[in-house]
Structures are given as C-alpha cells and as structure tokens.
Design a protein around this ligand. Structure first.
Ligand code: AR6
Ligand code: MG
Length: 306
C-alpha cells in the first residue's frame, strides 16, 4: 500500500532513529574506558553519566540536518557540513580526518574521497555508522533510501564496500520504520532478504548480509566468528554483524545494545548502527524502546541538531 508521509512525520522518525544511534554510540564508547566491563551491562549496571558521543553521532546529526533543510542529500552541502562541524577529539577514523581536512581547505569532495587509501577510497564503516536516520526518513521507499544513502556515503567513502554498507543500513532502517508505521514487526529473515536485494551483489557486504540470514538463531560467538564485530573498522567487517543483531532484537533496544557490547570490537559504531535501526522501529520511551534514563545519560546533541 502506498501512502504519503509529511515532512514532520519523516523528521520525527529520523529523530527517533538518531536518539537510538547516539545513545548506542555514547554508551558503546564507554566500554573503551579503562575499568568498564561488558559483563556489568549484561548484569544490568550502567556506567555513570555523562556518556559522550563520538564522530558517529556528530556526522549523523549533519545527515539529519541536511534532510530537515532540503528533504534530500545535496552532496556538496553535506560534504562541507561534515568538514566544518568535525570536532577533532571525537574519534574520527584516520582516513576521515584526512578527507575532511582536504574538503575544509578547498579540495572538491570527489577528489578528496577518491584519494584516500592510495586511491582505493575508504571502505571504513563510517558511511554506515551515520545513515540509519536517513533510512527512517524514507520509511515509505527503500529505493529512495538506498539512493540517498549512496549520495550521503560518496562524499567520504569512494570504495564500493563503504557505499554498500551505507545502503544496507539505510534500507534496514527504512524497513524498520515502515514496520513501525504499519504496526507490524518485519520478520528477521524478510528484513535481511530485503536488504540483500538492495545491495551491490558483487560486494562482500552483500555476501555477509546473506550469511547473517543463515545465522539467525545461532549463538553470538559463532555469529562474530563468521561476520566480524567491526574490529577491522571496515564496512565488510561491521555491517553484516550489525544487521544480524538488529534483525534479531528489533523489538528490544536494550537487548540489541547489550549484544553489541558483549560482542566487543568497534562497539561504539556497532551500537550506533544497531541503535539507529532498532529505534526506527521501537521509538523512544516505549516498551522495548530507547530507555529515557539512557537518553538522559547521553551527552546532549549539538545545539544545531534539528
Ligand atoms: N583498505 C584498507 N583498509 C581500509 C580502507 C581500504 N581501502 N578503507 C578503510 N580502511 P576511515 P571511517 C580501514 O579512516 O570510515 C571511528 O572510530 C582503515 O583501517 O576512512 O569514517 C568511528 O567510530 C581505516 O582506518 O574512517 C568508526 O568506528 C578504517 O577502515 C570509524 O572510525 C576506517 O576508515 C569510522 O571510520
Ligand atoms: Mg566513533
């Protein structure tokens, strides 16, 4: 069934996803602080606030600001927004630091992005980590979500795997938000099949999304061994795993985040991706949604966030 989504309804979906993304990022990054143990979270104990967010959230806020402003991704404007707003101490990847510095000092984004990693372009997980709210914004069209996700990725990630990772996460978030609007939770296998159908079939990201579907119902260590946990910081090593977690725990935000923390690896980014997708389905302060005390513990978002 086709339907019309008004701009403020789109933005509300994107903002709920951003809440889930930023809380996942901020809580996940707590487990890189010495003395914090994943087992504490599993036992129900939260780290003391404030939980500071990282580059994942800063860039996601720019994506949402761009959508609020124009309802689509203008690559030139998004590239400048990423570059101008980047606070250096937020934990940006080394490739991103260089690309954003080039853009800030006048290099056109296509040149800056293409020059990364000896001309291969970045296949880091950075395009995937910031894109879930964009998917939620396009809850009415996974095709449009995929298109705009590609545009949002290209300004920093010229490598096909980096782009495929962003497309996969955006389509998952669009499907999750659509399920929320329909009042009908998408089944895990259907969700993953829809994502696989939208992603470049030649990519490793595609292969791992397919593998994630085969691993539904399997224990976490087995899943991490097959799909990764982001420890390589690439899209290939991150996205299939995060989609397995999100598809498995789509109705239960805290359980989804606990799973990311238990898996180890690039925890702020896996929890940001998973949190952004799951919150697009659950919302905030709802049963199974982003807990309000977790939201309060997170450092406030930048003042310019819509
Ligand atoms: N070949 C080999 N390794 C690569 C390549 C490549 N072509 N491209 C990326 N990598 P980067 P991001 C690896 O730096 O994607 C923050 O901590 C390489 O190890 O372009 O924005 C966030 O929280 C590189 O350092 O930045 C996320 O965890 C890494 O991928 C993450 O960084 C990241 O790529 C986001 O990173
Ligand atoms: Mg980060």
């Amino acid at each position: 069934m086709s339907f019309t989504l008004f701009a403020d309804a789109r933005l509300a979906l994107a903002r709920d996803s951003l809440a889930g993304l930023s809380v996942g990022d901020a809580l996940g990054s707590q487990y890189f602080v010495p003395g914090r143990h994943p087992a504490d979270l599993a036992a129900g104990s939260l780290p003391p606030p404030p939980w500071e967010w990282t580059d994942d959230t800063e860039m996601a806020c720019s994506v949402v600001a761009e959508l609020a402003e124009s309802g689509r991704v203008d690559r030139d404007r998004l590239a400048l927004a990423f570059a101008d707003r980047a606070e250096p101490y937020r934990g940006y990847g080394p490739g991103a630091v260089t690309i954003l510095r080039l853009i800030r000092t006048g290099t056109p984004w296509p040149v800056a992005a293409a020059s990364a990693f000896d001309g291969q372009g970045s296949c880091g997980n950075g395009a995937a980590m910031r894109v879930a709210p964009l998917g939620a914004y396009f809850a009415d069209s996974p095709t449009r979500a995929a298109l705009e996700a590609r545009a949002s990725a290209e300004v920093t990630h010229a490598h096909p795997e980096g782009i495929a990772g962003a497309v996969a996460v955006a389509v998952a978030a669009a499907t999750a938000a659509r399920g929320r609007l329909d009042g009908d939770r998408p089944a895990a296998d259907r969700l993953l099949a829809g994502v696989a159908g939208a992603v470049d079939p030649a990519s490793e990201v595609h292969r791992r999304v397919r593998r994630a579907a085969e691993l539904l119902g399997h224990p976490l260590p087995r899943v991490v061994a097959a799909l990764g946990n982001g420890s390589r910081v690439t899209a290939q090593d991150t996205v299939g795993f995060t989609l397995w977690v999100a598809a498995t725990h789509l109705h239960d935000y805290p359980a989804a985040i606990r799973e990311c923390v238990a898996a180890g690896g690039d925890v702020d980014t896996t929890a940001a991706i998973v949190g952004g997708i799951v919150a697009a389905y659950t919302g905030v302060g709802t049963p199974g949604g982003v807990p309000t005390d977790w939201l309060t513990a997170r450092e406030p978002l930048p003042t310019w966030t819509p």
